[in-house]
Write a protein that binds this ligand. Structure first.
Ligand code: SAH
Ligand code: SF4
Length: 353
């Protein structure tokens, strides 16, 4: 049995774990400092920590459990990591460079069971959830990659938008967020963390009630049930009559703005009438919602979908603007390196099959 990564523990959890085994509370803070500030790869490098404590930790935990399989760098500075989990499964993590900082897109599951009709990740059924340690470790892998270049760069933003449905792995996703937010650790600000969901309504409410306090993005992609069910079968389980009230609950509870993601698929959901219907659906939520238009990244297996023309994208944007909806178009990163979610992984796996 492989040992889990110690990165899966919050500082409180590590403190209790050590205390329960008769070790001093203060040791947890020391270990934490070595993990997140010094970023050492081995317990033996924690030179000021008591030997028995290190021995106990090494018996139960690893620090790094992920191995780099391949790394692709794009001309725009995007880096896509294909990582191997200790059980051999492959996952993807992406580093993106923006004007406002460096963001990392993390994976939460091996594959995805939601099976949206346009997505490469859903091509491979979920084989398991990632542990919180494996999700934190993705960020650490990227941070270690940056450390190597010695430019003093720091991961500042996190998007939970890689392979998988984060709300179908709620506990590990939540623990991951608690770990990366910790001021004494990676200290990533809650406003710099965004979780994206395909719209599991009950989990959106649970998220609103939680202590996590980070941003939420909803993959809406269509302005009515008929179209949404056609492209996202999850809409059968959680149609708009359930999703929109869950969004309202979130808005009321958290006082935060929300992002509505909308992939533009040529001739499917990108017409003026769809933009008008979307504005209507958003209705009174205009002041609290931002629509993020996503140019579709074509997937070989889903050849029924193409990217909307630039003219349609601009037209859709303008129509929403005129309706008083706050809207942006997602900038693309690493289009030369298969940067759409799940594409690199699914290609790699199919090549190996
Ligand atoms: N499962 C979650 C988070 C991961 S997907 C969710 O669905 O929200 C993150 C975002 O990428 C979602 O909005 C998803 O719809 C979008 N996406 C998936 N495949 C895409 C593709 N080929 N091109 C552009 N965006 C894609
Ligand atoms: Fe899963 Fe999200 Fe892809 Fe849908 S879009 S199949 S929920 S990863």
């Amino acid at each position: 049995m492989n040992k889990p990564s110690i990165y899966g523990l919050t500082l409180d959890q590590l403190t209790s774990w050590l205390e329960e085994r008769g070790h001093k509370r203060s040791r947890a803070a020391q270990v934490w400092n070595w993990l997140y500030r010094e970023r050492v790869a081995d317990f033996t490098a924690m030179t000021d920590v008591n030997r028995e404590t290190l021995q106990l930790l090494a018996e139960h935990y690893s620090i790094l459990t992920l191995e780099e399989h391949t790394k692709q760098e794009s001309v725009d500075g995007t880096v896509k990591f294909l990582l191997r989990l200790s059980d051999g499964n492959l996952i993807e993590t992406v580093l993106m460079r923006h004007k406002f900082g460096l963001s990392v897109c993390v994976t939460t599951q091996v594959g995805c069971n939601i099976g949206c009709s346009f997505c490469a990740s859903g091509l491979l059924k979920k084989s398991r959830d990632l542990t919180s340690g494996e999700i934190v470790e993705q960020v650490m892998k990227v941070q270690l990659h940056l450390d190597q270049a010695r430019k003093d760069e720091r991961v500042s933003h996190i998007v939970v938008m890689g392979i998988g449905e984060p709300f179908d792995n709620f506990e590990h996703m939540s623990n991951f967020i608690r770990v990366i937010k910790d001021h004494k650790g990676l200290a990533i600000g809650p406003r710099h963390i965004t979780v994206s969901t395909s719209g599991l309504a009950p989990k959106i409410m649970e998220f609103a009630d939680s202590d996590l306090q980070v941003n939420l993005a909803i993959s809406l992609h269509a302005p009515n049930n008929e179209l949404r069910t056609r492209i996202m079968k999850i809409n059968r389980a959680y149609p708009l009559e359930q999703l929109m009230p869950a969004i309202d609950y979130y808005l009321e509870k958290t006082n935060r703005r929300i992002t509505l993601e909308y992939i533009l698929l040529k001739g499917v959901n990108d017409q003026r009438e769809h933009a008008l219907e979307l504005a209507q659906l958003i209705g009174d939520r205009r002041s609290l919602a931002n629509v993020n238009l996503i140019p579709y990244n074509p997937v070989d297996e889903h050849s029924q979908y193409q990217r909307s023309t630039q003219e349609s994208i601009t037209g859709f944007y303008d129509t929403l603007k005129k309706q008083g909806v706050s809207v942006s178009v997602r900038l693309e990163h690493g289009t030369d390196i298969d940067a759409a979610c799940g594409q690199l992984r699914s290609k790699q796996i199919r090549k190996a099959q």
